[in-house]
Design a protein around this ligand. Structure first.
Ligand SMILES: *Cc1c(COP(=O)(O)O)cnc(C)c1O
Length: 408
């Protein structure tokens, strides 16, 4: 070695991790190139084999650690990481659907997921139809011989109806149709996608085939990182999605993975805190005359309340669990400008997309544009969604109270 130049020595420098150094967080490994022991290894290794390493696109010990923890969280066997939640949804669709196939979406699904199905999937010859998430009979009626994949979401984006997941999954399974859930709201905490009835025997468990998460929300908890995941139990199904994931070249940055690994350690506490605040906000909102409807699955008159109870309340947790989201429908006698002024008068609730970070957020939506046909269970008016952050609930309610004076 000594005859080699300093440049070469600096590159080929012996390095050993410090002995006896055990930190709470795992080290961050980054790589594009990974040194392989032989040409034979170069020829035989596959990026799909998560027991070896080949190239950075196939993962590093850091990404594998996060994949394993997500499997633990969700009760899955395999996980894939993607640049954001929407990419996880797109990859699932692309991996499983062929021209001529049909995908069914609940009508309260995450908006960009619907747009993807109605534009690009359609362009590729994949048909999409919608079902009323609160009516299993409507799902059944919409299933055709070409239906390959049914998406589920609980609770639904913005309108927060909780569907009868168990019956809907059973129905699809009886017809040999794959089910995928967008479990961003539940975050692996409120209910278990792969074991919806939480029975003791894994063997007879009723669960979805695929669980997708926007890790951007609660797992990150920071409001600063975007990431998505696709989790499965079945080996063959995983292989199919992982192959498409590899072909599309989806990778994630390890610094972002580190943020999420750290976030998972206290996600349950953050989830419970924002749940508690959102319920206090929901109860307070029911007393305000400016709001004609308050949407939160723990409210007894909400659409799918009994299904929320069945899936999210347990003997050990009788009060149940819910993400920290609550929506209100503003009395239509107020103009859009007035509701905008209300939102803009809030000081703690920031106007922003997304949720799951430390700050409380507010966003308004035009339900008329989002939902056709307009669901019977929703009153007419502008929908405002509040996402409770980690501030004190009393401060949040005081903030709503001062801003609501603009609507008097
Ligand atoms: C935010 C969100 C997504 C998309 O996640 P991004 O990381 O922002 O792409 C998907 N589904 C649901 C239900 C979400 O709330």
């Amino acid at each position: 070695m000594s005859k080699r130049s300093i440049t070469t020595k600096l590159i080929n420098h012996p390095y050993q991790p410090p002995e006896g150094f055990q930190a709470p967080q795992p080290p961050v490994h980054r790589a594009s190139s990974i040194f392989l022991p032989s040409m034979e290894a170069a020829r035989s290794r596959s990026e799909l084999d998560h027991n070896t390493y080949t190239y950075g696109t196939g993962g590093t010990p850091t990404t594998r650690t996060l994949e394993q923890r997500l499997c633990t969280l969700e009760g899955g066997n395999h996980a894939l990481l993607l640049p954001n939640g929407l990419a996880a949804i797109a990859c699932t669709n692309l991996a499983l659907l062929n021209p001529g196939d049909e995908v069914l979406l609940p009508n309260h699904i995450y908006g960009p997921s619907k747009i993807l199905a109605e534009t690009d999937l359609k362009r590729w010859g994949i048909h999409c139809n919608h079902y009323e998430a609160t009516q299993t009979s409507d799902l059944e009626a919409k299933i055709t011989p070409n239906t390959r994949l049914v998406w589920l979401e609980a609770a639904g984006s913005n309108t927060l109806e909780f569907p009868d997941l168990t019956t809907q999954v059973q129905l699809c399974r009886s017809k040999g149709i794959l089910t995928a859930i967008d479990n961003t709201w539940g975050a692996g905490i409120a209910y278990h996608s792969f074991n919806l009835q939480r029975n003791n025997s894994e063997k007879d468990a009723i669960g979805v085939d695929i669980s997708v998460h926007a890790l951007t929300k609660y797992p990150s908890g920071s409001g600063s990182v975007l990431m998505g995941s696709v989790i499965t139990q079945d080996d063959e199904l995983f292989k199919k999605i992982a192959t498409c994931h590899m072909h599309l070249g989806y990778t994630v940055g390890v610094n972002d993975v580190e943020v999420i690994l750290q976030g998972l350690a206290h996600m349950h506490l953050r989830y419970a805190k924002s749940d508690h605040s959102a319920r206090a906000i929901a109860n307070w909102c029911t007393q305000q005359e400016q709001f004609v409807q308050v949407l939160h699955p723990a409210l007894p008159d909400s659409a799918g309340h009994t299904h929320w109870k069945n899936h999210c309340c347990t003997p050990e947790r009788p009060e149940g669990a819910a993400a920290g989201l609550v929506s209100v429908i503003v009395d239509p006698k107020y103009t859009l400008q007035q509701t905008d002024t209300f939102c803009e008068s809030l000081q703690l609730f920031k106007i922003a997309h997304s949720w799951g970070g430390p700050n409380s957020l507010v966003m308004s939506y035009n339900l008329n544009k989002m939902r056709t046909p307009y669901p019977k269970h929703l009153k007419k008016g502008t929908l405002i969604r509040f996402a409770a952050g980690l501030e004190h609930a009393d401060d949040l309610i005081n903030d709503l109270q001062q801003a609501l004076k603009k609507l008097k």
